[in-house]
Write a protein that binds this ligand. Structure first.
Ligand code: BG6
Length: 499
């Protein structure tokens, strides 16, 4: 098997909203994720209706929302970083909370306590030789933009966002080399509130979320149309903000490298029928479109035809072509969890927004949460990305979520996690052998954290168990799982010892 490069960035990934807690403390403001209720350990809840937001607004000062509690990284970051260092981490992916720095999003200057917190975290990481990999916006949007401006649909968010992004580069450029602009930028076209702060029933008064709603379930078609338009408009504004900060970073912080981040969705045709192959190709192009804009600096022609054909009307930002062309990223980064199969059969095809819903692949096993496990698809996609962009690739999320409990020995025997990660690390090694320039690997949720889709502690990804439940009960103490010791060996051997 190919060797991993000498300076390969082994590590793990998190986001501020899912770990920090310390909301409402030290002047911290709230973002749109802080208003999402926990609705049950298997119920996706990253959607939002007007009435939900009103209800949540009335409870602004409580901690009834898992994202406001996180895992209390805000107070325990030293202990957590020590655990990461014990595993031998070279890299730690985290995000900065916009509202810890700019509590409402409208301030002209940041909150000094918030600014200091991140200096402290970076100093602690560097103390152990861990390179921070910082996501500037991991889904978080100050709540005022949801209420006043309709989230990212509105161009008014851009100048405020740019002020925040510019501050990050100016303030932290000497402490942080690797940056990502928007986490999973494509999710705005699949999960509107999460990705863009878009309230669903602003586009359809009286709409009720179906009881069995899943994040990738289809919406009623009339609504889907209006929402699809809104989500692509929001996406356009995120592309602009991203390109603006990439350009600024290139001009002012030449030591920094700045990447995109998208959710890689590998798609197979369900059958060898040419129609299925065409469908899979089109859906793959759609997935790649997000990278195309950020890495090549322009909209591909096919998406413009798609907009025209489907009545999607984008209000183009002034001078957008130049902005996008001048702000192309230095590397590609991605999250990868599962592969999917698609069919051309319209009767069996469901969509949500611009995304196709996936079908079951009988050749693959699934996780507790029904995600299809497929390391080979990662290898294939890495090869495709190499050929398409000729840029380094940083795999900044991957992993398996599971229901877990601490046993009497105060650990978790998570052999399924070891098996999952082992197979994916092997696939990455094979891709490197194929000639793909993979520079790092940061599995998701290296310490248990609040699940994004379920807003729950029940879905765990970590090498480290956190004693906290969905209601916020528990000691919040940390415990090493079996995978902790396994991953430590993997890193120490630079990916040679996977057994
Ligand atoms: C990615 C997100 O979509 O997947 C993370 O960037 C998220 O924020 C992760 O937590 C896993 O998803 P989930 O819903 O299992 O937490």
């Amino acid at each position: 098997m190919a060797k991993f490069p000498k300076n390969f960035l082994w590590g793990g990934a998190t986001s501020a909203a899912q770990i920090e807690g310390g909301r409402c403390l030290d002047g911290k403001g709230l973002c749109h994720l802080d208003y999402v209720y926990f609705r049950g350990p298997k119920t996706p809840c990253n959607f939002m209706l007007k009435k939900d937001l009103e209800k949540a607004r009335a409870e602004e000062t409580t901690l009834n929302f898992p994202n406001r509690r996180g895992i209390d990284f805000f107070h325990r970051y030293k202990e957590d970083i020590a655990l990461l260092a014990e595993m031998g981490f070279k890299s730690f992916r985290m995000s900065i909370s916009w509202t810890r720095l700019f509590p409402t999003g409208l301030e002209e200057t940041p909150d000094p306590e918030g600014v200091r917190f991140y200096h402290d975290v970076f100093a602690e990481l560097h103390r152990y030789g861990i390179e921070p990999l910082v996501t500037m916006i991991h889904y978080e949007l100050p709540i005022i933009f949801v209420e006043k401006y309709d989230g990212w649909v509105s161009p008014e968010v851009i100048p405020y966002c740019f002020r925040y992004l510019k501050f990050l580069i100016d303030e932290y450029k000497d402490e942080v080399k690797y940056w990502l602009t928007f986490n999973e930028i494509n999710m705005v076209c699949a999960v509107p509130y999460l990705g863009g702060g878009i309230i669903l029933d602003r586009y359809d008064d009286g709409f009720e979320i179906p009881k069995d709603f899943r994040p990738f379930a289809p919406l009623p078609s009339q609504m889907a149309k209006r929402w699809e338009n809104a989500s692509h408009q929001a996406l356009h504004h995120q592309f602009i903000a991203s390109a603006m900060i990439v350009k600024y970073a290139h001009e002012t912080a030449p030591n920094c490298l700045i990447g995109n981040m998208f959710n890689l969705h590998h798609l197979y045709p369900e059958t060898p029928a040419p129609e299925d192959a065409l469908r899979a190709h089109q859906e793959t192009e759609f997935n790649m479109f997000f990278c195309d804009v950020m890495a090549r600096g322009s909209y591909p022609s096919w998406i413009l035809s798609y907009y025209k054909k489907n009545g999607i009307e984008i209000t183009w930002y002034d001078g957008y072509e130049k902005i996008l062309a001048e702000g192309t990223v230095d590397f590609i980064s991605l999250s990868y969890y599962l592969s999917s199969i698609v069919t051309a059969d319209p009767k069996r095809q469901e969509r949500i927004g611009s995304f196709i819903r996936t079908l079951h692949n009988p050749y693959l096993e699934t996780s507790d949460f029904g995600w299809q496990i497929d390391p080979t698809a990662l290898r294939i996609s890495l090869n495709e990305l190499r050929d398409r962009f000729h840029l380094p690739i940083y795999i900044v999320e991957n992993g398996i979520g599971a229901f877990e409990e601490l046993n009497e020995e105060k650990t978790v025997h998570d052999d399924y996690r070891i098996a999952y990660l082992r197979s994916h690390i092997k696939a990455i090694a094979e891709a490197i052998e194929d000639g793909v320039d993979v520079i790092g690997y940061t599995p998701w949720g290296c310490i248990d954290l609040v699940s994004c889709s379920l807003v729950s502690m029940s879905k765990r990804y970590g090498f480290v168990y956190v004693d906290a439940d969905d209601e916020g009960n528990g000691t919040y103490d940390r415990y090493r799982k079996d995978s902790f010791y396994w991953y430590k060996k993997v890193i120490a051997s630079n990916g040679e010892d996977l057994e």
